[in-house]
Write a protein that binds this ligand. Structure first.
Ligand code: PMP
Length: 432
């Protein structure tokens, strides 16, 4: 990497690689698809990340989703700090769990009852178990390129990290584990119809990202979500919206609010914990009452609902609701999308830009991106060059073409101008 000084991060990565697998705790942080060493961050404030070499970056990773308010919002810091005085976890109920559940229910009226867990992965895993327990059927339909955490049964054609590393699935997942997973292309009405013709009686549910974020942002075709609602109802299968990424992204609600669809189960994570480990699943009472202690579907967690994580989530959602933070973030996304489009046109660069609320992915492609296959055709090499260019100029985007960029309410016009200037200089350089 040229330009910025990164010797402290480099030394830390060498040290990390001796005790942490690949030097990281989550593979997408490893910079593998863009080359070079990952940067080590020592501080995150507002719209900025500060690395161990004291470089400042405008942050478009946003902790891969939770940081919609920007980092370290003073009111969230205050609430969490006060909560620390009262202990970290109790192994017994606390009122913060109720408060966060009530806030989530206000935003997601299709969730009569909620169970909090510690990550999106855990929430998906539990929701799938619940869908099977409730319907007494085994098969789960998932869409290629949708990522639902590292749940064994759903780690096939799972977009995001796997797409970044070119992996079809994960070693260690047995054929037996995935035999009840049916994978079809996203946005493909015919494929959905066919799978129900073939397997209808055995399908417990469809799980999907109603707007995809893990192949980059991909929106549903007109009528697709409505069609899924109808066909699942007809076949007595559950419609499961994984809104871990999209929840609270475009409003005080989710994709289900925007499209007025009522899924049977909703899965949340990321923003609801405000940066602390929180996931949740919930739905109609008759379904959720199948979960222990009321019903036979077992699911538990030592740290679930701990008061600190709940407090962080409550403070985050209250600010989001009162300040309509998603509008501020979405406004900058609109500006970014419009200007990138103009620049791409001016310099004759093939760029397709997809957005949803405060999420955006510019794809280096000439084809519309509507599913996993079309996303895979992007020019990944060009993306890597773009990544390093913008990083050197002071903006940190996710180190993969197959990710959404997350813009926060703390991002300013000036911050957006920084990456637009980098993009212009990059596109101009390609011309020659
Ligand atoms: N579902 C979706 C849609 C996600 O984007 C993610 C994480 N990126 C998960 C589930 C898994 O969440 P976690 O990383 O908290 O386990």
């Amino acid at each position: 990497m040229t330009g910025i000084q990164t010797s402290n991060s480099k030394a830390l990565f060498e040290r990390a690689s001796k005790s942490l697998v690949g030097g990281v705790n989550s593979p997408v942080r490893a910079f593998k698809s863009v080359g070079g060493n990952p940067l080590f961050i020592k501080k995150a404030l507002g719209a900025y990340l500060y690395d161990e070499d004291d470089n400042r970056f405008v942050d478009y990773i946003g902790c891969f989703g939770p940081a919609i308010l920007g980092h370290s919002h003073p009111m969230v810091v205050k609430a969490v700090s006060e909560s620390l005085e009262n202990g970290f976890c109790y192994g017994a109920s606390n009122s913060k769990e109720i408060e966060l559940a009530e806030l989530v229910k206000e935003a997601f009226p299709n969730m009569d009852k909620i169970r909090f867990v510690n990550s999106g992965t855990e929430a998906v895993m539990s929701a799938i178990r619940l869908a099977r327990g409730y319907t007494k059927k085994n098969k789960i339909v998932k869409f290629a390129g949708n990522y639902h955490g590292h749940v064994d049964a759903l780690l096939a054609e799972a977009g995001s990290g796997l797409a970044t590393f070119g992996l079809p699935g994960s070693a260690g997942v047995t054929p037996h584990t995935v035999q009840d997973t049916l994978i079809i292309p996203y946005n493909d009405f015919d494929a959905v119809e066919s799978i129900f013709e073939l397997e209808g009686g055995n399908i417990a549910g469809i799980v999907l990202e109603p707007v995809c974020g893990n192949i980059g942002v991909v929106n549903p075709k007109e009528g697709f979500l409505e069609f899924l609602r109808e066909i699942t109802k007809k076949n007595e299968a559950l419609l499961i919206f994984d809104e871990v990424m999209t929840g609270f992204r475009n409003g005080f609600g989710g994709v289900q609010t925007d499209y007025q669809i009522k899924p049977d189960i909703t899965i949340l994570g990321k923003i609801i914990g405000g940066g602390m480990p929180v996931g949740a699943y919930g739905g109609r009472s008759e379904i959720m009452d199948m979960v222990a202690p009321l019903g036979p579907v077992y699911q538990a967690g030592t740290l679930s609902g701990n008061p600190i994580a709940m407090t962080c989530g409550i403070a985050t959602l209250n600010i989001l609701k009162e300040e309509k933070s998603y509008l501020k973030a979405s406004y900058q996304v609109g500006k970014l999308a419009k200007n990138l489009e103009v620049l791409a046109e001016k310099y004759n660069v093939d760029l397709i830009i997809n957005t949803y609320g405060s999420m955006i992915t510019p794809f280096f492609s000439s084809e519309y991106i509507t599913d996993y296959q079309s996303a895979l055709k992007c020019d990944k090499e060009l993306f890597s060059k773009f990544f390093w260019k913008v990083l050197n100029d002071g903006s940190m985007i996710p180190p993969s073409q197959f990710e959404a960029w997350f813009v926060s309410a703390a991002h300013t016009e000036e911050d957006t101008d920084i990456i637009l200037d980098s993009a212009e200089s990059f596109f101009k350089g390609l011309k020659g």
